[in-house]
Structures are given as structure tokens and as C-alpha cells.
Ligand binder design. Structure first.
Ligand code: PEP
Ligand code: MG
Length: 575
């Protein structure tokens, strides 16, 4: 049966392919078939994961020897131990692997579903509540399996036309799926500026989020058309619709090829103003796309992605190699490395403490200052890489003077240790701050005195100014970059930075949204940093823009306090 689903298109382009569903677990897992002669090996892998978790429980038990909560903690551990050793979990999961030849993660997720359904049917409220314990134990085993060297990516039946359909994907999940080259990503949850969406855009893969029921309605192997621009999914389309979308797909490809002609042309407005077009990256491997799209620097290297999907922290040496690789390959062009912005939706694999309001909690520079050793390691690595190119340090989520002063002191301390070790670095490395908290935008004058440059993180600035969680699709309609307060704050920061003769860029998603290109040019922005695939589209618009025509209208828009009027003026500006 053919049907259509609507969501939020977060990464453009059209994909046509076959659905590949992740399993119904909080940790998204893949389904794939195990060859008959490998079944016993797969069961051994499952058993090893059970054993790992059993050892974890024993270590936990040994670590708590006294204190008021000892009795309660022991009872809780005993219960989890019992669940872990219960044949309804262990034997039944082994049976599923044996009978259906599926991978261990999938079998475990299926058995979890069956067990939870049984708990739902229990009358006794206390026993019914124990389903949370089952969930926790199974998720632990899944984690052990996923982190296990035996983990296999799904073998591709349709090779590169797999479309991943998940209930939700964290930024870490999507990075893990990166090497499998999916044709598209679909999720029930999510929003336009969630990090999951940002990573999908940086991978240049059509993606639609906030589909609500897609994971339930779409079946494994269904034929899908994904329109990432319109946020539309067509499930099991007929031949005519398929032909129509294949045509659109080739037209889009043609337009993309045409834009390639702009690669070697400088981004200069009609009146001769030169604009810097930089790229946002997550990993050094993104550099290929950066080069393909002609970025003249890296405006935002989200270094925290080096810390995800792993059991340990990256060492100074490993980080240094990653930063040096980027600095060297950019051949003297600016490389702005943001210190790790962990916390909120990007957590270390074994993070155990989750705040009630993570976006307002120990995130970004706050976490760095709370973990000075981890921060020191990163600062030394960045400083060492600064010898190999034009490296800059960018501090995320600054909100007050003290935290910037503390950071500057830590940078100075890291420099001092390198001097003692006689390791070279750029003594004059530029240090900038991200303006993404309204308080920072309102008191930007102070930060302009402390720092060498600023970068406006509009994704968070919008989230924090409008009090709209950027990852919550239920409030996605309130996430409004056109809000007068947002436009006014951005214009204020740009104006004051320009007056202080300090470089200012925008590295949030607004920088790559062509609805805003002329407006931002008109209020004085000369550095844009965005996902690489969008660079040539923005350049195309810059080449056709004349600042003397734009400036008066742009200022009118900033002064407007009526969102409808703003939209009309913007249409005129972009017309
Ligand atoms: C932003 O907040 O706009 C930004 C660029 O940082 P991130 O999206 O990584 O939070
Ligand atoms: Mg941010």
C-alpha cells in the first residue's frame, strides 16, 4: 500500500531506496542476518556480553562496602543480577538467534519487547514497575554488545540504497552509521537544529525528522522516496511517482554540477566587498567535502565529535594528530577549533550522570572548567597543532567574564607547559568566544575586550532566547529565527564587533540558510560558516548581491517588531 508521511526536512536532496529499520530499543540497533556457519560464534558474542555485564555488577557491588544506602543498593543489584541470569532473557535470546539467524543485538531487543509486554499485563503495580529494571539490564547488555569488537555493520542487500528508519538517533549514533553510507536518514523524533540534523547535513544525506510514527508504519525493505527539501516520505510509490522523482533527482544533480563552476571564483558582492565562506566540520574526514565545495577556511570544528562512540578519552597525541591533519590540509587558511562542547545531547559513552535540564547544565566550557585535566589535554593538543597552520581556539557557550578569564588562564598554563617541554606552538594564537547565550549577546562589549574574535552560534542563541528546546519536535514550531529579539541580538553583536574591529562570524545553521544571506550581509556580516554542501549555493547569492541596495532594507527588517512585516520585507530583500 502506498502512503505519504510528513516531517521536517533537515537535509536536502532526494533519495530513493529501501527501508532499513533499527530495533525498538533506546540504543538504536541494526538488524542483519548471520550466515548459518557463524551462528554459534554470534551466540558466543552474546554470552560474552552477558558475562561483561555480570562482571560490571560484581565490580559495582564490590565498590560499595558501607553507607546508609548499602542495603537498598545491594537489593537493587541482586534484582538486576537475577534478571540478567534469567532464562527468559538468556536462553530465549539465544533461541531467537538460532531460529531466525539474526544478530545478537536484534534478538536481544526483540526479547526485551516480549518481556516488557508480559510485564504490562501484570496486575500487581509493584511487579509491573519492575519492567524498568528489565529495560536497564537489557540496555546494559546491548551497550556491551555494541562496544564489542565483534559488532558488524549490516550487510547491504541493496548496497547504497538503504534508508535508515529510526525512532530517534543521537548525534553519536549517526556518526557511527556514517561509514555505512545510507542513502537517507528518517527519524520519528528530532528538529531542524538538533545535532543529529546538523550531522546529517554535514554528511550531505537527505534526511527527514519529526515523522512521529515512521518507525511503526514503515516496514523493513519498503520502497521509499525521501524528499529532504519538502520533508516528505512516499512509502511504496507507484511507477509514475517513482519516475517523477527520478527526474527531479537528476535535475537537482544537474543544478549541483552547475554550481561547481563557482568553485574557483572568490565570494565578492557586486559592490566589491569580499566575504569569507568557511565550513563547519565534525571530523578531519569531512575535509574532502570542504575542498570539494571551495571553503576558504574552517569556521567551526566541532571537536567534541572526536570524543563520541568510544570507551576512553582521546589522548593528547591522538587529538594533536587530528588537529594537525586539518591545519596542514587547509594550508594556512584559518582553522577554528572549538574546544569540546560535550554535555546536553552529546555525551561521553559512559556518562552516568544526566542533568534534569541538560541544555542548561554542565555543558561546553562549563564542563571543560569542571574537568581541567581533560581540558588541559585538549588545549595542549590544539596549541601543538597551531604550528602547522592558522589555528584558532573557539570557546563554546561563554556567559560571563570569570569563565572567560579562567579559560584564558588555562590556555596560558597549557602554553607554559609546552614552553617547559620545548614544544613549539603559535604564541599569538587567536582566541575567540561563541555568542550563543542571550546574556553574552547583551554584554558582548566585555567579551570584545577579552577576546580576539567572536562567532555567533545562532542554533543555541535561538534556543536560549526563545526558551525552545532545539531537540524537542513538540515545540519546533516556536523555534523562530525571524523573531525580532533574535534578529536584534544578532545585529547588535555584529555591529559592536565591527565597531571594535574584531572579526565576527555566524556558524549556526542560519549562516547556510539562503533566506538570511542578504539580511546578514546587510547588517554587516562578512564571515559565514556552514555545512560544506551549502557553500556554493550561498556563494551564488553573494555574487548577485549589492550591499548599497541591501543595507537600508536590512536595517528596516531589524527595526521591525512584527514577524509578518519582517517576512514581507525579507521577501522583498530576497526578490
Ligand atoms: C550553534 O549553537 O549555533 C552552534 C554553531 O553550535 P552547535 O550547533 O554545535 O551547538
Ligand atoms: Mg551551540
Amino acid at each position: 500500500m502506498s502512503f505519504i508521511l510528513h516531517g521536517i526536512g533537515v537535509s536536502g536532496g532526494i533519495a530513493i531506496g529501501h527501508a532499513h529499520l533499527t530495533a525498538p530499543a533506546r540504543l538504536e540497533v541494526m538488524h542483519y542476518l548471520i550466515p548459518k556457519n557463524q551462528i554459534s560464534k554470534e551466540i558466543k558474542r552474546l554470552d560474552r556480553a552477558f558475562a561483561t555485564v555480570r562482571a560490571e555488577f560484581e565490580n559495582l557491588q564490590a565498590s560499595v562496602t558501607d553507607g546508609p544506602a548499602l542495603a537498598e543498593f545491594s537489593a537493587f543489584l541482586e534484582l538486576h543480577h537475577m534478571i540478567l541470569d534469567d532464562p527468559t532473557l538468556t536462553d530465549a535470546t539465544r533461541d531467537i538467534i538460532e531460529q531466525t539467524h539474526c544478530n545478537a543485538e536484534w534478538a536481544l531487543a526483540q526479547q526485551k519487547g516480549a518481556l516488557l509486554a508480559q510485564f504490562e499485563a501484570i496486575d500487581d503495580a509493584y511487579l509491573r514497575e519492575r519492567k524498568t529494571d528489565v529495560e536497564q539490564v537489557v540496555e546494559r547488555v546491548l551497550k556491551a554488545l555494541l562496544g564489542h569488537p565483534g559488532y558488524q555493520p549490516p550487510p547491504s542487500k541493496h548496497v547504497d540504497d538503504h534508508i535508515l528508519v529510526a525512532h530517534d538517533l543521537s548525534p553519536a549514533d549517526i556518526m557511527q552509521y556514517k561509514p555505512h553510507q545510507f542513502a537517507a536518514f528518517l527519524t520519528d523524533m528530532g528538529s531542524l537544529t538538533s545535532h543529529t540534523a546538523i550531522v546529517a547535513r554535514s554528511l550531505n544525506i537527505p534526511s527527514v525528522v519529526a515523522l512521529h510514527q515512521a518507525h511503526q508504519l514503515i516496514l523493513e525493505d519498503d520502497c521509499l522516496i525521501v524528499d529532504g527539501n519538502q520533508g516528505v516520505i512516499i512509502v511504496n510509490p507507484d511507477k509514475y511517482v517513482l519516475d517523477e522523482y527520478r527526474l527531479r533527482q537528476s535535475q537537482l544533480e544537474l543544478e549541483k554540477q552547475k554550481l561547481k563552476r563557482l568553485l574557483s571564483i572568490n565570494a565578492v558582492t557586486l559592490d566589491g566587498t569580499a566575504i569569507d565562506l568557511y565550513a563547519n566540520i565534525e571530523l578531519p574526514s569531512d575535509l574532502e567535502q570542504v575542498k570539494e565545495n571551495g571553503a576558504t577556511g574552517i569556521g567551526l570544528f566541532r571537536s567534541e565529535f572526536l570524543f563520541l562512540n568510544r570507551d576512553n578519552l582521546p589522548s593528547e597525541e591522538e587529538q594533536f594528530e587530528a588537529y594537525r591533519a586539518v591545519a596542514t590540509k587547509m594550508r594556512g587558511q584559518p582553522v577554528t577549533i572549538r574546544t569540546f562542547d560535550l554535555g546536553a545531547d552529546k555525551n561521553l559513552k559512559h556518562a552516568t550522570q544526566f542533568a534534569a535540564n541538560p541544555a542548561l547544565g554542565l555543558r561546553a566550557i562549563r564542563l571543560s572548567l569542571a574537568e581541567p585535566q581533560m581540558f588541559h589535554t585538549q588545549l595542549r593538543a590544539i596549541l601543538r597543532a597551531s604550528k602547522y597552520g592558522q589555528v584558532k581556539i573557539l570557546i563554546p557557550m561563554i556567559s560571563n567574564v570569570t569563565e572567560v578569564n579562567q579559560t584564558l588562564n588555562l590556555i596560558e598554563h597549557a602554553k607554559q607547559t609546552l614552553r617547559v617541554d620545548q614544544i613549539g606552538f603559535d604564541e599569538h594564537i587567536q582566541i575567540g568566544g561563541m555568542i550563543e547565550i542571550p546574556a553574552a549577546a547583551l554584554s558582548v562589549e566585555i567579551f570584545l575586550q577579552q577576546l580576539d574574535f567572536l562567532s555567533i552560534g545562532t542554533n543555541d542563541l535561538i534556543q536560549y532566547t526563545l526558551a525552545v528546546d532545539r531537540v524537542d519536535d513538540t515545540v519546533a514550531h516556536l523555534y523562530d529565527p525571524f523573531h525580532p529579539a533574535i534578529l536584534w541580538l544578532i545585529s547588535r553583536v555584529i555591529q559592536l564587533a565591527n565597531r571594535a574591529k574584531k572579526p565576527v562570524s555566524i556558524c549556526g545553521e542560519m549562516a547556510g540558510d539562503i533566506q538570511f544571506t542578504r539580511l546578514l550581509l546587510g547588517i554587516g556580516l562578512q564571515q559565514f560558516s556552514m555545512y560544506p554542501a551549502q557553500l556554493l549555493t550561498v556563494k551564488n547569492l553573494i555574487l548577485k548581491s549589492n550591499l548599497p541596495d541591501i543595507i537600508p532594507l536590512a536595517h528596516k527588517i531589524i527595526r521591525s517588531d512584527n514577524p509578518d512585516k519582517t517576512r514581507n520585507l525579507l521577501a522583498k530583500l530576497n526578490g
